[in-house]
Design a binder for this molecule. Structure first.
Ligand code: 7RM
Length: 648
């Protein structure tokens, strides 16, 4: 490590921060030696309960039983909205920054309350009761947050499906959780394009029969098909809805939402989060990681369809009574200065985005930055994948003008909130390093035999105790929850990531240990893409691997074995690429296809992905042990042919 690649906390920053290095050290020790007292104090300070708990913590990690604040009652919408009204009714909750910069507007806590109550009453009128599932399939609009909160108000469980997923993917997710009502829109804006939203819903609903009512928000006013027995205009029913809706009292461990994420086997997992623990963890991490101070303007650029949107566009900021920007546009529209323009326009203090966005903006050079001042910025956050030092430096030196702390937050859909992150006033920064555990989190690094490594080392990242924001189960598949996260290393939560710990005790994430790709900060299961490809009549077999990609982090590389009677062609490549996008969603863009008359396999028939990854990356100097290969010709042919594949 270069000696300059280290950014200590300036005194002035430490002095004004919620936690300085001493506070963090003390509080961290306390949080892991007295977790129950620590989280009980946090809960009392941060949340309002209508009934207190019997036990703070009643978990058994190896048995898959995770329970926090059992016996307590609260309502999540009450905690995010109602309790702020007394003092802050006119404070802005959301600034909605429309795709079209001239169409932005704000929503105060009072206005948010009214919209949420009305929609909650609409849901009730269409038969939604406590515990029912509601599917939300929307572009990034303020109504997406309103819909989540309306569910929370009446105890319905929301399942938000990201708008970039296809009709098939949507249908599978509806089926898995048996959602009764769908909240969607006619279309969505993306830069100068309009995306079909309702059309995807119509297609999905041909394959599933659970949804009884579809509430449609008018966004783009594009023509859509209408099924009058099923479809309802949002603005019609909202106009007539009563704005008084009591909050349903919920048990601390009642489900709040399901969010599907890619697993290493094909089928997506319905990650289940519950009420009190999740909200407490989102609220605490929001406050400390972003060093939130009353009056700050926060902007998380994530879509609400991902966990980052759930925890840091909606629940974390609202639980803290904060003002945040919701962004319905793209970083390149109307031009590449959009992020920086929005920061100036709304005087954003705390900004949170993904390395893939940073890299693609960095590629535009500094001209788009120079039209803006960005003087309001104090904290810069990163999430979704490792941030490479080059992008980190650009973010720190150019975007933040060396004035802002960069928080590289490592966490997962399953963890509910940040597990590893620097704290602005407490932690010295190292580019590309997620640094230190959050309060209450005890990471460990295991070797392949499951032994804990001490000191500086590299291995498998696990967490030693449960924390309030941890997932509680996989929807309707508790055994899969245990098998995936708890059984691999008994007594630990298995993250699926590798990590390195350096001599200062700082953690560096090295990437996934399983067959999950991280493309532009999104999780993709290689198995899921493979099983889609083999459904195409021309495909006999497919193997997907990731390879290093300049802006996306990882690109998707497909090795495809065609049916005997099928001729390879560039046209067929295009067809296969669009087939996958159509079946799985436009975010599933295969970058490169290589024809593989044979795949390199072991004698027992396992595809040797390790070799395929090396070929895809064009790293052919050290292939490692190839002695278990059944047929070395397959490998040699692929290596030879690799030269004919252009890396875009
Ligand atoms: C929040 C989110 C989770 C996976 C995770 C990692 C990777 C996320 C970082 C990161 C290095 C980071 N949820 N990951 N953040 N890797 N540094 N700061 O992304 O469920 O969609 O993905 O993303 O591999 O396991 S997620």
């Amino acid at each position: 490590m270069e000696p300059t690649d280290y950014y200590p906390v300036p005194h002035a920053v430490a002095k004004h921060a919620n936690l300085d290095a001493n506070d963090y050290q003390q509080l961290y020790q306390y949080s892991i030696t007295h977790p129950e007292q620590f989280w009980e104090e946090q809960a009392k300070a941060r949340l309002s309960f209508s009934k207190s708990w019997d036990t703070v913590h009643n978990s058994n990690l190896s048995q898959g039983k995770i329970r926090w604040f059992e016996g307590a009652q609260l309502n999540i919408a009450y905690n995010c909205i109602d309790r702020h009204l007394k003092k802050h009714a006119d404070k802005v909750a959301f600034i909605f920054e429309h795709n079209d910069p001239t169409q932005s507007y704000s929503l105060t806590y009072q206005q948010l309350h009214e919209q949420v109550c009305k929609l909650a009453n609409v849901l009730k009128a269409y038969g939604i009761e406590k515990g029912d599932r509601v599917c939300i399939y929307l572009p990034m609009i303020a109504e997406a947050a309103i819909a989540m909160l309306a569910c929370a108000r009446i105890g319905a469980i929301h399942s938000v499906v990201f708008g970039g997923f296809s009709a098939d993917a949507l249908a599978n997710r509806i089926d898995d959780c048996q959602a009764k009502v769908m909240i969607t829109s006619d279309g969505g804006y993306r830069g100068n394009k309009i995306t079909p939203v309702k059309a995807n819903v119509d297609k999905a609903l041909q394959h599933t029969s659970y949804i009884k009512h579809v509430i449609v928000i008018e966004v783009t006013k594009t023509p859509i098909d209408w099924n009058s027995e099923r479809d309802i205009w949002y603005h019609h029913v909202m106009e007539k809805a009563n704005n008084d809706c009591p909050c349903e009292p919920m048990q601390a461990e009642d489900p709040l939402f399901i969010l599907y994420t890619s697993g290493s086997t094909g089928k997506p997992k319905g990650v289940l989060h519950t009420s009190a623990g999740y909200l407490l963890y989102a609220a605490t991490t929001f406050d400390y990681t972003f060093d939130y101070h009353e009056g700050d303007i926060f902007w998380c650029t994530a879509d609400i369809g991902w966990i980052t949107g759930h925890s840091y566009c909606v629940y974390g900021p609202l639980a803290n009574g904060a003002t945040s920007v919701l962004f319905g546009g793209t970083p390149d529209y109307p031009d590449y200065s959009r992020f920086w323009q929005v920061i100036d326009k709304h005087q954003v203090n705390l900004f949170y985005t993904a390395p893939t966005a940073i890299r693609s903006l960095m590629r535009q050079g500094n001209a788009p930055l120079q039209t803006t001042s960005r003087q309001s910025l104090r904290i810069l956050g990163s999430v979704g994948e490792p941030i490479n030092p080059e992008a980190w430096h650009w973010y720190y030196h150019h975007v933040g003008q060396e004035r802002c702390r960069v928080v590289d937050t490592w966490w997962q859909t399953e963890t509910g909130g940040h597990l590893l992150t620097p704290l602005p006033g407490a932690t010295p920064l190292k580019p590309g390093c997620a640094t230190q555990p959050f309060l209450g989190i005890q990471p460990a690094i295991l070797d392949t035999d499951g032994n804990e490594c001490q000191g500086a080392c590299e291995g498998i990242l696990v967490i030693k105790q449960d924390w309030p924001g941890m997932l509680r189960s996989i929807w309707q598949n508790h055994q899969r929850f245990i098998d995936t996260y708890l059984a691999p290393y008994k007594g630990y939560y298995f993250t699926g990531d590798g990590a390195k710990r350096d001599q200062d005790g700082d953690y560096w994430i090295t990437g996934r240990m399983d067959d999950i790709l991280n493309v532009s900060g999104h999780r993709f299961s290689t198995a899921e893409i493979e099983s889609t490809l083999v459904k195409h009549p021309a495909v006999a077999e497919a193997a997907i691997v990731g390879y290093p990609h300049d802006t996306k982090g990882q690109g998707i590389y497909a090795y495809i074995t065609l049916m005997n009677n099928t001729q390879p062609s560039d046209d067929l490549k295009k067809q296969l690429i669009s087939y996958v996008r159509q079946k799985m969603g436009p975010i599933y863009g295969i970058d490169l296809i290589q024809w593989a008359p044979n795949l390199p396999k072991t004698r027992s028939g396992k595809i040797m992905r390790r070799l395929l990854r090396k070929i895809a990356a064009n790293k052919l100097d050290n292939l490692g042990d190839t002695s278990t290969l059944a047929d070395s010709d397959a490998l040699n042919n692929l290596i030879e042919d690799r030269q004919n594949i252009e890396t875009p």
